[in-house]
Write a protein that binds this ligand. Structure first.
Ligand code: GLN
Length: 201
């Protein structure tokens, strides 16, 4: 199984480590030819406006859109979630996304006073305790289309009820960063998703 981590910007190393911990040797993807060599992609946390600019500069915007349309599994965390949204609120006017998940996300939604915080999140399909989720200038999901499954919400605190994990087909997104906390359950869930997508081919 060849999983790539989009390595234009953001916490690439942490995702590579989380995938290694999930028994997958993942590789960084910076060029279209490297994208051709992977079966699935992780889009890291970082800064979605910068990632959008770099995706255009590196000639990856349209190739990734095309792979997504062809069914490639993708997991995006935080900025990666924004990059997977069809509609982005509070983005820059020229900000592009790979789209794919029929949802509206709001950038930096939790407010400046609480730029970074931790909160418990329950994720459907993932067994065990709530996630101890880390949010850093995170988006939330304001609207989902009919094909999108809400997988996770904040369970406690001021942000309780906010949608922070979704799935549409082979596309998975979280507003938080499991790659920063050593809890590998989301990455393992994604690896299993990739395996099932390959079996279905
Ligand atoms: N606020 C960032 C953005 O708009 C996302 C932050 C993150 O990935 N931690 O892209």
């Amino acid at each position: 199984m060849n999983i790539g981590v989009l390595a234009l910007q953001g916490d690439v190393r942490e995702h590579l480590a989380a995938l290694a911990g999930s028994d997958v040797l993942a590789r960084p993807v910076r060029r279209p030819s490297e994208l051709d060599d992977v079966d699935a992609l992780v889009i890291p946390g970082g800064e979605s406006t910068t990632m959008s600019n770099l995706a255009i500069t590196f000639g990856l915007l349209d190739p990734i859109r095309k792979r997504i349309a062809d069914g490639m599994p993708v997991y995006g965390s935080c900025a990666g979630m924004i990059m997977l949204a069809t509609t982005v609120l509070d983005g820059r006017p020229d900000q592009e996304s790979f789209a794919g998940i029929d949802m509206t996300v709001r950038r930096n939604a939790f407010g400046r006073q609480i730029d970074s915080f931790e909160a418990p999140v329950r994720i459907e399909d993932v067994e065990g305790d709530d996630f101890h989720a880390v949010f850093i200038r995170a988006p939330w999901v304001e609207h989902t289309g009919p094909g999108v499954r809400v997988l996770g919400r904040v369970t406690e605190g001021p942000a309780a009820g906010r949608i922070v994990a979704v799935r549409q087909g082979n596309l998975l997104a979280t507003a938080f960063h499991p790659e920063l906390t050593g809890d590998l359950r989301v990455h393992r869930y994604f690896v299993e998703l990739v395996r099932q997508a390959q079996d279905a081919r």
